[in-house]
Design a protein around this ligand. Sequence first.
Ligand SMILES: Cc1cc2nc3c(=O)[nH]c(=O)nc-3n(C[C@H](O)[C@H](O)[C@H](O)COP(=O)(O)O)c2cc1C
Length: 143
Amino acid sequence: MITGLVYLSEATTFFDELDLNCLLINAANTNQKHSITGFLYFKNSQFVQYIEGPANTLDELFLKIKSDKRHRVKMVIDQIELDSRLFPEWSMAYFASPDDSESFGGQIFLNMTRFISDYDMTQGAKKNALINLLGTVKQLNHA
Ligand SMILES: Cc1cc2nc3c(=O)[nH]c(=O)nc-3n(C[C@H](O)[C@H](O)[C@H](O)COP(=O)(O)O)c2cc1C
C-alpha cells in the first residue's frame, strides 16, 4: 500500500527561482533515495505539495517538512491509501502557474483544493476528488 498526502503551506521567507530550485533539487535527490514521489506547486507564497510513498517513510518526511522554518503548514488537505502511485515517474515535479490570476491552471487548481477542504465528503468521495485533482495537475503539466 502507498499513502498519499496533500497539504497547503505558506512561505515564511522570500523564495526566488534559485531558492526554489535548490529546494527542489535537494527534495528530488532525497525522495529518490527514499522512494517518495509527488509534486510541488508554488504561487503567491503558497505551496501545495503532494507526496506519496510507504506510510513510515512518508510520516518521517512529513515530520521534517512540518518542522522546516522556511514555511508554515496551514492545512493537510487529505491523506489517502492507494494501491499504486499516482506519480510513479516524479521524485518531485515542480510547477508554478503564471502570475495572472485568471490563468487556467491556477484557477482550476485552487478551486479544486478549496472544494476538497470545504466539503464534508465520505472517504470514497474524497479519494475520487483527490485523484481528479491530481489528474488535473498531471494534464496541466503535460500541456
Ligand atoms: C515546501 C517544502 C517542501 C519540501 N519537500 C521536500 C521533499 O519532498 N523531500 C525532502 O526530502 N525534503 C523536502 N523539503 C525539505 C525538508 O523540509 C528538509 O529541509 C529536508 O528534508 C532536509 O532535512 P534534514 O537536513 O534535516 O535531513 C521541503 C521543504 C519545503 C519548505
